[in-house]
Design a protein around this ligand. Structure first.
Ligand code: C5P
Length: 405
């Protein structure tokens, strides 16, 4: 996923710069082209030689270097990357960025770039908490700069608190997200998808129903990402507040039975994604009149099982080539998801931790793992829109390998 991506890494002057050497090494292992700008202060903590050796590239230090300007000026340096990362981002670098000061190569490149910029702050706790730094942080965030960390813990200065550079794996996850967001979606033109989304409402009587907390955010985001990649998408959704994504054909339903009917009517398709939180049960028999309060006490609700839409599609005569389900679990997530993939007969399961503490239900963020026959791939914590893009990439890769096979 990272192979061939180009990173401009600006190394600021902080003790945590040593961690960046490890970052460069890990990124090179994964095929990232790393170009480094070492600030004057940064060079007090790590040597240009170490940075050049690990990045296998020339290290850029001086703004007014004749050879650099002829070979690779600061404008090109800042534009030829896919993403720019400042790590460690010192209070001084953040202040200069916020003010638009360009008095060395690093700050000039940051002002000249047209690429996404990430900063990983690292500094003393009081410097981090200072109103000036916090105001600069707010300015940078408002300009769309992604801030990674800082983490809390023991600081090199001997104090304890927020100010540590995040660990290398966290820097890599954040970079993966940034590279992905900046990669054009692969084309899935000509293929058809059916996506279910939202909750279902199972009527108890004409005025009451059984529902769940699904917002439809994930299913709608997936439908939108697939349509953006050129697929013809039918989105079959229970009641939600989510706007219909551009280019998607929406079919609104209420109950599980209606959802199943709509899905079967929409087949055949190349891809089915069951992102709906389908109610497991419905009333055993329809109640035509509103249930009344009476002397007999509360009514007993006799329930019966709903059809399993995902399982039905996975075993259908018109089974799509790729059938994807979700497993929302609160415990033993991956174990349950792996078993569910086999039980349902689907190809992929997206395992989703929905413990209340995660805020996944109704929230904008999610932590998914992709469970396939080949194994389990944990995905970074990300917005549901980013997860939808990541899924679209995986789907496009899957169809392209089918085509090549
Ligand atoms: O069995 P469980 O509800 O945990 O399975 C979740 C997956 O199955 C989701 O992809 C959901 O959309 C799908 N599902 C379905 N029909 C049901 C129940 C779940 O399509 N009746």
């Amino acid at each position: 996923m990272l192979s061939g991506k180009r990173l401009l890494l600006i190394i600021g002057g902080g003790i945590a710069a040593y961690k960046v050497l490890e970052l460069i090494r890990r990124l090179r292992d994964r095929g990232v082209d790393v170009r480094c700008v070492l600030t004057e202060a940064g060079a007090q903590f790590v040597t240009p030689l170490a940075v050049a050796a690990l990045s296998e590239n020339k290290v850029y230090q001086a703004l007014f270097s004749l050879t650099d300007e002829s070979e690779m000026g600061h404008i090109r340096l800042s534009r030829e990357a896919d993403v720019v990362l400042v790590a460690p981002a010192t209070a001084n670098l953040m202040a200069k960025m916020a003010a638009g000061i360009a008095d060395d190569l690093a700050t000039t490149a940051l002002l000249a770039t047209d690429k996404p910029v990430l900063i990983a702050p690292s500094m003393n706790l009081f410097m981090w908490q200072h109103a000036a730094t916090q105001a600069n942080l707010a300015t940078l965030k408002a300009r769309g700069i992604t801030v990674i960390g800082p983490a809390a813990g023991n600081l090199a200065c001997g104090e304890v608190g927020s100010g540590r550079l995040v660990d290398v794996p966290d820097l890599i996850s954040a970079l993966e997200e940034a590279f992905l967001a900046n990669t054009p979606l692969p084309s899935l033109v000509g293929k058809r998808a059916i996506v279910t989304s939202g909750p279902t409402h199972e009527p108890i009587d004409p005025v009451r129903y059984i529902a769940n907390r699904s917002s439809g955010k994930q299913g709608h985001a997936i439908a939108g990402a697939l349509a953006a990649a050129g697929m013809r998408v039918t989105l079959i959704s229970g009641p939600t507040q989510e706007p219909t994504p551009a280019g998607v054909k929406l079919q609104a339903v209420e109950s599980a039975q209606q959802m199943l009917n709509a899905v079967e009517a929409a087949l055949p398709a190349d891809l089915f994604i069951g992102a709906a939180a389908v109610a497991d049960w419905r009333m055993a028999s329809a109640v035509d009149q509103k249930l009344k309060k009476g002397d007999g006490g509360p009514p007993a609700l006799h329930l019966t099982e709903n059809p399993d839409i995902l399982k039905t599609v996975a075993h259908h005569a018109k089974r799509p080539a790729l059938v994807v389900g979700f497993a929302a679990e609160t415990e033993n997530l991956l174990e349950h998801a792996t078993a569910k993939r086999l039980r349902k007969g689907c190809d992929w399961i997206l395992a989703n931790d929905v413990s209340p503490s995660t805020g996944t239900f109704g929230g904008d963020y999610t932590s998914l793992s992709l469970v396939t026959a080949a194994g389990i791939a944990p995905w970074p914590h990300a917005t549901k829109a980013e997860a939808a893009r990541r899924l679209t990439h995986a789907i496009a890769t899957y169809f392209s390998t089918l085509r090549d096979a």
